[in-house]
Design a protein around this ligand. Structure first.
Ligand code: G6P
Length: 475
């Protein structure tokens, strides 16, 4: 097998298996932003991508897809349960999102996490050429950087953390807190969404290891008396803004937006929420606020509709099962109390949609509600902004989403404060066009200038600097 200069390692491959008969050999590109971000780099460098193909026991040979070498890592049903549903999504996910749900610390899950991380590291080590670069993605693979460094000291290793990194007071709960930090410190560059995340990480490293850290540069001693520098820094991720702008220009997408509005009975205002069905997203808080506004008579069901898209996610993890029950009960109660034959208070959709349909929905919505209790970035906020070339529309944005650091002109909210959330929703509905336009303009400028290409370019250039510095030291 020829080896690649550049290898991405992520929990998921950038494709889904749609089953026989659909698409080329049943594979189709998954819609994620990371895939779009890395596509040009992958093509330029003849890159390879190591990841799980998304189903239990699906054991397929490496194959080429759209100019990229894909290297599947098979996971058994037992590994999915312990490594993916268990340690990744029932331990790390809730812990790193400020224990909104209670993390469960189970030793058998940890053991599986170590085993599976090693399998990803081995697959990457086999795939990458001498002196090459590996870029590891996200919390499912925090041990991979150190494992790779031990297997292949010749490599330059990057890691990007897509979710928050918690304050030490919470992080210190993790029984394996030292091992996880050591895993991450195997990288030359450790990227975070927010400055605060990078700060929390550096503080955890200082508390647990007392390593010297200066301006994000951490001196990490190796077992053999040598040391390397790991740079921990914020690189806020973004979207392929151009793609969204182009889609929003299409006459058929704009026609679809009008059709959606008509389908909802042409209300005066459409409020929109778009999330994976996840307890970090604050969907319940949003529903509560909207339900109370109807109850108080501050909005009328004929005038205002809330569209809530909640795409299915991690459906075998107990906290997600419970959340779905609660949300669906709440939606049914609010609709039961307020619907008329002509209008529904909430149009709730437990489904995922193709990108074009999402853009039409963004164009149809007067107010976008992003009320996450904690969120690494929240790309939906940026997608909404990108599509609004007419500078109309209002973004209500939680201060606990990473996007709040960049989108200063959004209406910021603390989603726990229901009264203020209600007032902010009213303010959004009533906002004069001139103010909408002023706010939207400045947010669009930010999203367009800092798109996902700029993001990957800045991360990769930090990695390049790390490589050069390393070469200079060995010389
Ligand atoms: C978040 C994580 C990603 C993950 C995605 C979907 O955005 O940061 O790593 O891929 O959620 O979750 P899933 O469990 O379906 O991969």
């Amino acid at each position: 097998m020829t080896q690649a200069e550049f290898v991405v390692v992520a929990n998921r491959l950038p494709v889904d298996n749609a089953g026989p008969g659909e698409g080329e050999d049943g594979w189709r590109r998954s819609p994620g932003g990371l895939v779009t971000a890395l596509e040009p780099v992958m093509k330029q460098t003849d890159g390879a991508w190591v990841g799980w193909p998304g189903q239990a026991d699906l054991d397929v040979e490496p194959f080429d897809f759209d100019g990229t070498r894909l290297i599947p890592v098979a996971l058994s049903a037992d590994e999915i349960e312990k490594y993916y549903e268990g340690f990744s999504n029932d331990t790390i996910w809730p812990l790193y999102h400020d224990v909104i749900a209670a993390p469960r610390y189970r030793r058998v899950w940890w053991d599986a996490y170590v085993r599976v991380n090693r399998r990803f590291a081995e697959a990457a080590a086999d795939a990458v050429a001498e002196g090459g670069t590996v870029w590891v993605q996200d919390y499912q693979l925090q041990l991979v950087p150190k494992m790779l460094r031990e297997m292949r000291p010749d490599l330059t290793i990057g890691y990007f953390h897509h979710i928050p990194f918690p304050a030490y007071g919470l992080y210190s709960q993790l029984p394996w807190r030292r091992l996880v930090l050591e895993g991450l410190l195997g990288a030359d560059v450790i990227g975070f969404q927010r400055v605060a995340d990078a700060g929390n990480f550096a503080r955890a490293v200082r508390r647990l290891f007392r390593y010297e850290t200066r301006a994000g540069r951490i001196t990490v001693p190796g077992d053999d008396g040598t040391a390397h520098i790991a740079l921990a820094k914020a690189f806020p991720i973004s979207i392929a803004a151009e793609t969204y702008i182009e889609l929003a220009k299409k006459p058929e997408v704009q026609a679809r937006a009008r059709e959606i509005r008509e389908g909802l009975g042409n209300p005066k205002a459409i409020l929109l929420g778009v999330d994976r069905l996840d307890y970090t997203k604050g969907i319940r808080h949003r529903l509560k606020a909207f339900g109370e506004l109807l109850e108080d008579g501050r909005v009328a069901v004929d005038d205002v509709t809330l569209v809530q898209v909640a795409s299915p996610s991690r459906e075998r993890v107990e906290a997600y099962v419970q959340l779905r029950d609660e949300i669906e009960l709440t939606v049914a109660r609010i609709n039961g109390d307020h619907d008329t034959f002509g209008h529904s208070a909430i149009r709730y959709l437990h489904q995922g949609y193709p990108r074009e349909e999402m853009v039409a929905l963004f164009l149809a919505a007067d107010v976008m509600l992003v009320t996450a209790l904690r969120d690494g970035m929240n790309l939906v906020a940026k997608e909404y902004v990108a599509t609004r070339a007419d500078n109309r529309g209002v973004l209500v944005l939680s201060e606990f989403a990473g996007a709040a650091d960049e989108l200063g002109s959004a209406l910021k909210v603390n989603p726990h404060d229901i009264d203020t959330l209600k007032d902010t929703i009213i303010q959004a509905i009533e906002m004069p066009e001139a103010e909408q336009s002023r706010r939207m303009r400045s947010m669009r400028k930010r999203v367009i200038e800092h798109d996902v290409k700029a993001w990957s370019a800045s991360f990769l250039s930090a990695l390049d600097e790390a490589r050069t510095a390393k070469e200079n030291r060995t010389r």
